[in-house]
Design a binder for this molecule. Sequence first.
Ligand code: ZN
Length: 322
Amino acid sequence: MALDIKNLKLEQKILHQPPLNEVAEVLNNGLKNNFSTVQVEVVDCPDLTQRPFTLACKGLGGKANLLEIGGPPFLMPLVNRNKVYELKQIPEALDLDPAFIIGASAGPFPHTGVSCEEMVNLYICKNKLLNQSRISKVNVEDTSRHILETLPESETRCSLLANLFCSNGNAGKVLKVHCKKRTGNDDFIAAIRKTLMKFYKEKVVGLGGTFLLKEGQAKQHVMPDFSKTPITSGEDFNDWLKFYNMSAPLIAVGTLVTGQTELDLRVQHFHSFSHHGEGGHYHIDTTPDSVEYLGYFNLGKILYRLDRPNLDEHQMIKFERF
Ligand code: ZN
């Protein structure tokens, strides 16, 4: 069961694409307000299939675009169970072959039986499919714990909402962002986003890729099963989520944009997985003095917006932090 993407509204917006060298310089200067050690440079993308990243494809190059599907309004006041999407239809919808798709989404609840977080990590090339996506769900027997699982090869759906970075997965130049010791209040992604926003102002820049929480711990949430009581405020939403302190190394995937724009974009969204059983929606590290981040990102050219919720039908709630 999944909606046919061909029948859904697909909007798009051309993003501002400054030269990578300029972005590196802007970040090198700006991130110093939030981290004591900052090194940003343009490099050849390392092979991301290797440790520590272990992604489904090597690079972030070739037709690099951002895709946002659905949104939090589909979770409230009660979940809309029709909102299941087949990611295998994305390459055709975006004319992308091969397609390397990574990012943060709600997981395929028809498969898991419960609401869950998904870390999309998928490579699709004509006859070949490599699905290394994970899901994270609350342990119903002990909600102080959560469970991380790799999805079966054939389970390529997500649901409700997604922020995905899509490319051919080619080698090529990327931004390497290496930061240590957090001295400001912003999480790694918010620091990058706000720095770019300050410099590029109304020109909307979007980027995506992966980052490693190399040292330290991070506050991350996992959605418990869908709320049976209506969620009508940001406070209700927060009370419903389960928060965990998760340990490095965590491998995060997702996107950020420097403006919400007329497409009601989610400005940042990263989910992370690990090889030690932890994974969820990244908020911020909880160990600022010892934290270390290493990220590889590329700029998107087009922002695709699929199945944007009609906010007239829902109570509008701002979700900047989720
Ligand atoms: Zn999330």
